[in-house]
Design a protein around this ligand. Structure first.
Ligand SMILES: *Cc1c(COP(=O)(O)O)cnc(C)c1O
Length: 449
């Protein structure tokens, strides 16, 4: 049995013993303010001391129920046993050789696992990188090299990172892009099927959005100029938007018909998060390329592009890489993380989290008019907060709700193009008692608004 970790004595409980933030965190925040660039923001101003299973303990002795997983990263829990065991052993053996200088087995093993785990039974290859943004950049490089075309199609509310190319691919200006231009060219943004906000209602959303997107691609860009269509199967930073059923398959089919590389960005939705190994499995989509990061290695920095061997092999030898990409310690951590996912059947646990949380969130939506929508799958769930009686986004109430949860020992994150979505990303190893207790806190915070 794989143990939840974070140290053997880390109690799986919510415990608030000081004001939030407590005195020690406040002292550290002052030091952060003096030494760390203002651009590095803070969601919850407490400093971490230990974390594991479903909780995060701060330097003042407060213990928070973790509904964030460090933004969908520690799905297997913080310092999960198998991650610590494998990464520690690797750390003692060698820390870096650079895969482009002398390769090492853990890198190959991770790529073999990715070939087994990702959708489709075609021949696959992978390349490893350090961050999600880097994986997305490389997916674009690979697609351009394979097709000999330049244009990249992305979607409203999409998020793909903060580097120059990925800023261009990302939809939302503030805080991701504002003041950081000029952005990379040959990026085209088209509508996505966002059921809750589709003007003619959710019923025809998939069909209408797909028609609009395809029309824009065909008429404004020219399908024959498009290297890649890049989409998150569940849009993360855009607000946990599940594209209306039928939208993704239509776009994938259009890509296939036109020799366009279909790229699923599963950096947030991947690795068991939505109750399946990858979210695109939900509609049976087999992407040409898939980008992964966040949940892959239990918190160690690792990212990957995985896809059809003939596409992955398009760039010339030496055309892909980076000094640290696929670092051996991060690869060992990924193997430990994947081992944990298999052993604990995390897709099933994510589904169970949905079973526990969604009915309660739906009930809260009936009770509180500020909740306009409840959505998501598995352990990737959200509520969208609106001005009562309509759909006008309410980012203020969303921020107030998050702050109130934080003060009562529940770590939650907000998101969304309009800043009005509260998202729930618990570690998939979280205990059911903590899940229920976290929802109690949320309920109390809603009552206290
Ligand atoms: C977080 C995220 C990225 C960027 O990953 P980084 O590791 O922060 O560079 C890209 N795409 C999606 C869908 C993400 O959620």
């Amino acid at each position: 049995m794989t143990e939840l970790s974070g140290g053997p004595a880390l109690p799986q409980e919510r415990r608030v013993v000081t004001s939030v933030p407590g005195p020690k965190s406040q002292e550290l925040m002052a030091r952060k303010q003096a030494a760390v660039a203002d651009g590095i923001g803070t969601v919850m101003p407490v400093f971490a001391k230990r974390a594991g299973g479903g909780v995060l303990e701060d330097v003042d002795g407060n213990s928070f129920i973790d509904f964030g997983s460090g933004i969908a990263v520690t799905g297997v829990g913080n310092s999960a046993d198998a991650v610590v065991r494998r990464a520690s052993a690797q750390l003692a053996q060698y820390t870096h050789t650079c895969v482009m200088v002398t390769p090492y087995e853990p890198y190959v093993e991770v790529c073999e696992e990715l070939a087994r785990l990702t959708p489709g039974d075609h021949a696959k290859k992978s390349a490893l990188f350090n961050s999600g943004a880097e994986a997305v950049e490389n997916a674009v490089k690979i697609a351009r090299s394979y097709t000999g075309r330049q244009a990249v199609v992305v979607f409203d509310h999409g998020y793909h990172g903060r580097t120059n190319l990925t800023m261009a691919l990302t939809s939302k200006n503030m805080p991701y892009k504002h003041g950081f231009g000029p952005f990379a060219p040959e990026v085209y943004r088209v509508p996505v099927a966002y059921p809750f906000r589709w003007l003619t209602g959710p019923e025809n959303c998939a069909e209408e959005a797909a028609a609009q997107a395809i029309d824009q691609i065909s008429k404004q860009v020219g399908a024959e100029n498009v290297a890649a269509i890049l989409i998150e199967p569940v849009l993360g930073e855009g607000g946990f938007i599940e594209p209306a059923k039928g939208f993704l398959p239509r776009l994938a089919q259009f890509a296939k018909e036109n020799g366009i590389v279909f790229v699923a960005d599963e950096i947030q939705s991947g690795f068991c998060r939505t109750g399946q190994w990858f979210a695109c499995e939900d509609e049976g989509i087999v992407p040409d390329l898939i980008t992964t990061a966040k949940g892959i290695a239990g918190g160690m920095p690792l990212a990957a592009v995985t896809g059809r061997a003939e596409i992955m092999d398009a760039p010339h030898s030496g055309g892909l890489g980076g000094t640290y990409g696929g670092n051996p310690v991060a690869c060992a951590a990924a193997l430990g993380s994947i081992e944990t996912m298999r052993e604990m059947d995390l897709p099933a646990r994510a589904k169970r989290i949905e079973e526990v949380m969604k009915p309660r969130l739906r009930k809260l939506a009936e009770q509180y008019d500020v909740i306009g929508d409840v959505r998501g799958r598995g352990a990737m769930l959200a509520i969208e907060l609106v001005k009562p009686g309509g759909k006008e986004p309410d980012p203020q109430v969303t921020a107030a709700l998050a702050k109130s949860c934080h003060e009562q020992g529940l770590l939650v994150l907000t998101t969304g193009t309009y800043g009005n979505v509260m998202r729930f990303l618990p570690p998939m190893v979280i205990g059911e008692d903590l899940l229920e207790e976290g929802l109690d806190v949320l309920e109390g915070a809603l009552a206290g608004l």
